[in-house]
Design a protein around this ligand. Structure first.
Ligand code: TYM
Length: 334
């Protein structure tokens, strides 16, 4: 039986945090043997907001290195850099011409990022979800494993695919496969350590709001020690205790214990007893990733070769799809 295909990506905007890990990469690792996988470093997305050109290439290596360190295995998964496969930008242009502008203006992430940025919002930021749709549709992905914040972008991808199929395809001969989101229940929305009602985010100005995959044990202890809590006795998973809910969920995810086990274990604990346990669990999970990462980053030649091979494999699939699309849109063939 043919394996189903997945595609996903992470932006090379600095370090990854445990939200990116639990919401996305850890799940990619878990499912990779049962799927045909394409994981890209989405550097073209990273330039949709003001960025530092001196660190873009290095950050791209970092994300590729972290994919490997987290357990993405090149035997099962193709790792590549988005900007290395030109079909992504070309398909974006074509999709731009069939995507109504008001579909993009309504995107939550666009509105949030645009408000943060004030005056200088680029066309690229508005177009971000179309580039993401191109990433996914080029690979005929069946499923897209992401965190919950990407759900709306995936709905847009589906809408674009359906629109193109209606405009240029037929029922028996659709142009695009309409992909399904793959969003896990646990870990899909890790919250900030300084405000349990906000999502953990790379762009939060305070580094205390997140734990980065490459944070030292001391940093992790310090951040957990300082993180926001409440003053209710005993710890419980409860809707009206956002910080407590988040920290207990992290404890469950990093120890592999079930929610019920954690609820029973922590029911009579205070924060002073719980916080060191949580810090230890996170440190123990991240340590092997950090050690592998250090090894991987020593050998840039290996990374370059891997990304080159990834590009070749990705390009073969992407170019075939682009050819199909251009033919359906009526372009004069090369
Ligand atoms: P990015 O780089 O912002 O996030 C990468 C992945 O991490 C997930 N994530 C979270 N999950 C749980 N809790 C959090 N606090 C949290 N923060 C981030 C995101 O949902 C994402 O899965 N637009 C995408 C990148 C992208 C992409 C694609 C993804 C570009 N093209 C094609 C899938 C398919 C993004 O924002 O990545």
């Amino acid at each position: 039986m043919m394996k189903k295909r997945v595609l996903s990506g992470v932006q090379p905007t600095g370090n990854l945090h445990i939200g990116n890990y639990l919401g996305a990469i850890r799940n990619w690792v878990e499912i990779q043997k049962s799927y045909e996988n394409y994981f890209c470093v989405v550097d073209l997305h990273a330039i949709t907001v003001p960025y530092n050109r001196d660190t873009l290439a290095e950050n791209t290596y970092t994300i590729a290195g972290l994919y490997l360190a987290c357990g993405i295995d090149p035997q099962y998964s193709t790792i590549f850099v988005q900007s290395h496969v030109r079909a992504h930008t070309e398909l974006t242009w074509i999709l731009n011409c069939v995507t109504p502008i008001n579909w993009l203006e309504g995107m939550i992430q666009f509105k949030e990022k645009a408000i943060k940025q004030g005056e200088n919002v680029s066309v690229g930021l508005l177009d971000y979800p179309v580039l993401m749709a191109a990433d996914i549709l080029l690979y005929d992905a069946d499923e897209v494993p992401v965190g919950e914040d990407q759900k709306q972008h995936l709905e847009l991808t589906r809408d674009i695919a359906i629109r193109v199929n209606n405009l240029f395809g037929s029922k028996d001969n659709p142009i695009f496969k309409v992909p399904e989101p793959l969003i896990r229940k646990e870990g899909a929305r890790v919250m900030s350590l300084t405000d349990g009602t906000k999502k953990m985010s790379k762009s939060d100005p305070s580094d205390y709001s997140r734990i980065n995959l490459l944070d030292s044990p001391d940093d992790i202890r310090r951040k957990i020690k300082r993180c926001k809590t409440d003053s209710i006795m005993g710890l419980s998973f409860s809707e009206d205790r956002p910080e407590c809910n988040n920290l207990l969920s992290l404890y469950a995810l990093f120890t592999g214990k079930s929610k019920e086990e954690v609820a029973a274990e922590c029911a009579n604990m205070g924060w002073g007893q719980f916080k060191p346990l949580l810090a230890d669990a996170i440190i123990a999970s991240l340590e092997p990733i950090q050690n592998r990462y250090k090894e991987i980053m020593k050998d840039r030649g290996y990374l370059d070769k891997l990304l080159q091979e990834g590009r070749e494999k990705a390009e073969a699939v992407a170019n075939a799809t682009l050819k199909r699309v251009k033919s359906a849109f009526g372009f004069l063939p090369l």
